[in-house]
Design a protein around this ligand. Sequence first.
Ligand code: DAH
Length: 337
Amino acid sequence: MEKVRKQLEQDLAGATSAEAVEQIRVNYLGRKGSITNLAKATDFSKLTADEKKSFGQKLNELKSFATQAIAAAVEKCQAAAPKRTASIDLTAPGLAHRLGSLHPITMTQMELEDIFQGMGFSVLYGPEIESEYFCFEALNIPDDHPARDMQDTFWLKNHLVMRTHTSANQVRTLQRFGAPVKAIFPGRCFRYEAVDPSHENTFYQCEGVVVDRGISVANLIAVMKTILSEVFRRDVTVRLRPGFFPFVEPGFELDLQCLLCGGKGCPTCGDGWIELIPCGLIHPEVLRHGGIDPKEYSGFAFGIGLTRLAMMKYGIRDIRFLNSGDLRFNEQFSPVF
Ligand code: DAH
């Protein structure tokens, strides 16, 4: 045993790697190792009980000595092993950080806000979860009105709905600010809609109202023309056709003369005109809901299809791209980054 122990100490002293120490462990403590063999090579029948006992004790001592010495040797080798250090090449070109980009609807909305603010409008954002009252009732659309079918929506509890149009902010604004007032309300709207290239269940509008003394259709046309000329960066021609919406009287569809064909007619517009902005003079009943006396004040309202406008501005043919969350799509339009 003494010989084996000395030999082990020598072997360990000469080992310089964890692999070498592992080999030593196998040589001594493995199934055929020299310490294991010590017991096998001993004929216990020739020993007295005391001799057996002392042999067993010594052998155990040797085993635990070997185990500890080997563990210590492994640790020593690991500590001595050269540490891996990260090498940095300061001259290598850096990794480009991807910058985000603005969504085409966001850009269109920001542009509209700028233009309207330049004309003295306030920009307000109402809630996307709206009361049935502001979304329908205050706008002359009672429970049994067929106009509700056109705007089927997602109903929540307690007479709350996902707003179907930004017109829901009209009466909110009148109640809050009174007259005179000039404001726009851009935002997201929701309808229970079968999705196809031109219909989405989630889309954006930009509503606006102007209420003051003596507001007429002439003011409506002038403001719309100015806005659209700014948006499309050139003089535009518009026309009004009658249109029915319960909350305006008279109500109109404002068409834009097609910018591609100049009004001659083309595959994009058909007959030379593009239906763009429903609008009208605010219905006296709506003014009353807003706490405003229709004998004293009048006003106009308009609902710009923001999603539609963004599609026209950026030449997007399928509305579904807009909510796809696909960065490859979004990034194409941003001039900012
Ligand atoms: N809220 C209507 C819709 O989403 C659009 C609209 C029509 C808004 C006429 C108006 C308006 O302000 O005067 O279908």
